[in-house]
Design a protein around this ligand. Structure first.
Ligand code: F0G
Length: 459
């Protein structure tokens, strides 16, 4: 008999979880104004809000914490991280930042100005936020296949080269500071970008004299999919694939809280010394001196170690297979989920799940609330609330996909937890006909409203 798949690690430290009753949850979610970000973590049984900063560090990472050098300038931890980044990504210049959006803030301060256009594959919301905040425009050039959740396509994060070339052709290069390629593409459902597409985007950008930026939060998961799905990569190591991917980027921003498996941290990688100098000034203003930029020495040490572990095949296989396990269980129950399954999360198609709730009443948020009430599982809306209002017309933007994201933290939960989540969602699915009323907004912020929005149940 073939041996079954098993995790590539064992558990050394545990954290207790508390179950709650439905009555308690009803009270808590009402007090939280139907915004799951407002719940206290002890009110949550299984937390699938995000895979960002929620992973479990390894014994090796924790041991690196003890070796951190907390010198203000020139700490050995900085040099350790610099060397790890150079080895894994190939970037010679780097700036540490406290997380991914801080890297965006620093880099975009140096590169993006009013009236600019920034094409990309479904920009993440903070990326888009930092572009729009500077009165520039993000242009989505993702392939159309990405928006059909039932279509099997190995690389739904790919850029449509025709859409991209149109932007390059119709606008002067001075107005396009870079194209941003998000690997994997979170907004499109944790979907990977193929090496071929990476190469093609790079070639097209170079033809028009445009820089290429990788938003690299989940670059290792992207490399795993290239290894598994793309011809010619099966025998290459993840580290080899990663090095090849980054050859096609001029710069990278990184939220280390994802694929580098640390609880806090980020960085910018660059090749150009002049850009590095320009960005350094903003780093000093916003983050901290260039050899720590918002991170303590111990955190830089853990990050250096995490970059190495996060690009190991056995770890990635365990990780991606757990996400797929949840996806398959939901599929077994006929629940409408996006296929192929993403790297970091399973995305439930809320429009199909709750067809009786009008789209103006936030279907995915309604589903997230129902799942929480059913089970104490906290997912996150990736839909109309997240899509925000149009900055000019102030009208709600209804995105192509209205999704509930079940985001799996790294090395944290077991497959029994996955089973619990699947059954919880099945129970909601069975009573979906009875869910006809959604939510309405009581108050919202002018930008990135989903974090703080307050909602009320429709009668
Ligand atoms: N880019 C991508 C693709 C992301 O997914 C995120 C964060 C960021 C940039 C920003 O990084 O949080 O470190 O400032 N995504 C988290 C999520 C928040 O839940 O998907 P950050």
């Amino acid at each position: 008999m073939e041996l079954p798949f098993a995790e590539s690690y064992k558990i050394k430290m545990v954290e207790p979880l508390r179950k709650s009753t439905r009555e308690e949850r009803e009270e808590w979610i009402k007090a939280a104004r139907y915004n799951l970000f407002n719940l206290k973590s002890e009110q949550v049984f299984i937390d699938l809000l995000t895979d960002s900063g929620t992973g479990a560090m390894s014994d090796r990472q924790w041991s690196q914490m003890m070796l951190g050098d907390e010198s203000y300038a020139g700490a050995s931890s900085y040099y350790k991280l610099k060397e790890a980044i150079r080895k894994i990504t190939g970037f010679e210049y780097f700036l540490p930042t406290h997380q991914g959006r801080a890297a965006e803030n620093v880099l975009f301060s140096a590169l993006v100005k009013e009236g600019d256009l920034v094409p990309g594959n479904a920009h993440f919301d903070t990326t888009k936020g930092h572009i729009e905040f500077r009165k520039a425009t993000a242009i989505d050039c993702t392939i159309d296949e990405a928006y059909d959740t039932t279509l099997e396509h190995p690389f739904k994060g790919n850029v449509d080269l025709n859409k991209l070339e149109k932007v390059f052709k119709e606008n002067p290069a001075e107005k396009i500071p870079f194209i941003v390629l998000t690997i994997t593409c979170n907004t499109a459902g944790g979907q990977p970008v193929s090496m071929q597409n990476i190469k093609d985007v790079h070639a097209l950008a170079k033809k028009y004299g445009i820089k290429v930026l990788f938003d690299s939060a989940r670059f290792a998961e992207n490399a795993y999919f290239i290894k598994i799905r793309e011809e010619g990569y099966r025998d290459k190591s993840i580290k080899e694939i990663v090095r090849e991917m980054f050859q096609y980027a001029d710069m990278m921003t990184m939220s280390s809280k994802k694929d580098a498996i640390v609880n806090m941290g980020g960085f910018i990688g660059m090749r150009d010394e002049e850009l590095f100098r320009k960005a350094s000034t903003f780093n000093i203003m916003f983050e901290g001196f260039i050899t720590y930029g918002g991170m303590s020495g111990r955190d830089m040490n853990a990050l250096a170690q995490g970059l190495d572990e996060g690009t190991e095949f056995d770890y990635l296989e365990t990780r991606i297979k757990q996400v797929a396990y949840l996806g398959q269980r939901l599929r077994d129950f006929d629940i409408p989920v996006q296929v192929p399954f993403g790297g970091h999360a399973i995305f439930v198609n809320a429009r199909k799940f709750l067809p009786h709730v009008p789209k103006e009443e936030f279907q995915a948020q309604t589903l997230a609330v129902e799942l929480y009430l059913e089970s104490g599982v906290r997912g996150v809306e990736i839909g109309t609330l997240l899509a925000d209002r149009d900055p000019v017309t102030r009208e709600n933007r209804f995105p192509e996909l209205e999704l509930l994201r079940l985001t799996i933290p790294r090395r944290v939960y077991t497959n029994n937890h996955m089973e619990y989540i699947a059954v919880a969602l099945k129970n909601v699915y069975e009573r979906r006909e009875k869910i006809t009323n959604g939510l309405k907004i009581v108050s919202e912020a002018p930008i990135m409203r989903h974090f703080t929005v307050e909602l009320e149940k429709m009668d």
